[in-house]
Design a protein around this ligand. Structure first.
Ligand code: SAH
Length: 349
């Protein structure tokens, strides 16, 4: 049995052909799934019964179940806990803005990157999500909010470039007209910096935004926060970014989580400026979300402001991330963990 959401239109057409059915059925089926939110073959009234039977024998449509929805009291942020058919739980966050709705999707169940400040990685990685499972987060969220999603960020649990093939397939399908039809420029992929994959992604020459979780301006400090920094130096990451910029002509975003007494002093700001000066980039400063399992504390608002001002004065385009949904633990992996804890189901997570 296949999850039909893992199939592209071409692949489903081929399947129809192999099963002696007309190829145009593939588009009809996807219209039901993507345009009408009909997620069982029985209700696809223009598909003949014998084809529906064949479909039922070969495919399922995996839409995760909503285990819980948390709505922020501070802003229009919704956090969904989704459960897949194998029982695994992930989280997706939807942010409603005036200019459109944005979703932050998870790409893996758990994560194996080990960043010290992040809740998603605490129990390691359970498994990759398939392209269809990532896509289904978007479909289910659209149904729940009764509105279209126009922006996607791959910034939930998991490292997208550690699940490269499935994530690339997801990007292909979610952008397609027959599917969700999200524009490339409305998609951001965030990575802790897996250098060879960044280059591979650049070679695909997509117009998506690449975001790099930098978080530190030198290797020593970065290694204290992110194990991946032992594998790839900041120089190598920067080379890959320059390659991405030169190939795609797209501006790269650098994420920098400000942690009190760790990476928020003047010296760090100076080093960061030296690193990024002249690059087509944007810095997103994120007051670190405090996670109970570690000691990373948020920088003071004074320090955040000072850090921000130094970057701006040096001519580096910078924003301070608004803390959306901070009352509902909207940071990576926090909700899944507390849910599993409450169910006493941590199984090493
Ligand atoms: N693995 C990818 C994407 C998922 S994490 C990556 O590393 O980019 C999405 C972003 O949230 C990353 O920038 C990550 O470093 C950041 N993040 C994780 N935990 C955080 C926390 N407690 N506070 C602030 N940002 C955090």
């Amino acid at each position: 049995m296949y999850n039909i959401l893992d199939f592209s239109l071409d692949k489903l057409k081929q399947w129809m052909k192999d099963n002696k059915e007309s190829e145009f059925r593939a588009k009809q089926i996807f219209d039901w799934i993507y345009k009408k939110n009909i997620w069982n073959f029985e209700d696809m009234s223009n598909i003949p019964k014998n084809i529906r039977e064949k479909l039922n024998n070969s495919f399922y449509i995996e839409i995760p179940q909503v285990v819980d929805v948390y709505k922020s009291n501070l802003d229009d942020t919704f956090k969904f806990l989704f459960k897949y058919r194998d029982g695994n739980i992930i989280e997706s966050v939807v942010m409603k803005y005036k200019h459109g709705n944005s979703i932050c999707v998870s790409t893996q169940i758990g994560c194996r990157m080990g960043c010290k400040f992040c809740a998603s990685t605490l129990g390691g990685m359970i498994r990759n999500l398939t392209s269809g499972e990532i896509l289904a987060q978007v479909l289910k969220a659209q149904q729940e909010i009764e509105d279209r999603i126009s922006n996607i960020v791959l910034m939930g649990s998991g490292e997208p470039l550690d699940n490269y093939d499935n994530v690339m397939e997801f990007l292909d399908i979610v952008r397609a007209e027959y599917s969700v039809n999200v524009g490339q420029r409305h998609i951001t992929l965030s990575t802790c910096g897996i250098v060879p994959r960044i280059k591979e992604l650049a070679d695909k020459n997509l117009q998506i935004t690449l975001a790099i979780s930098l978080h530190a301006p030198n290797d020593d400090l970065r290694r204290n926060m992110m194990p991946i920094a032992y594998k790839y130096s900041i120089n190598e990451v920067m080379d890959a970014c320059r390659y991405y910029i030169n190939t795609t002509k797209r501006r790269v975003t650098f994420e920098y989580a400000l942690v009190r007494n760790v990476n928020d002093n003047n010296e760090c700001a100076k080093q960061l400026i030296d690193l990024l000066k002249g690059l087509l980039c944007h810095v997103n400063l994120i007051p670190v979300n405090e996670v109970k399992e570690n000691n990373f504390k948020k920088s003071s608002s004074d320090n955040i402001k000072k850090f921000y001002n130094m970057l701006i004065e040096a001519g580096i385009e910078t924003t301070i991330r608004r803390e959306m949904g901070s009352d509902i633990s909207a940071a990576c992996g926090q909700l899944r963990r507390s849910y599993l804890e409450s169910k006493n189901d941590l199984k090493g997570v």
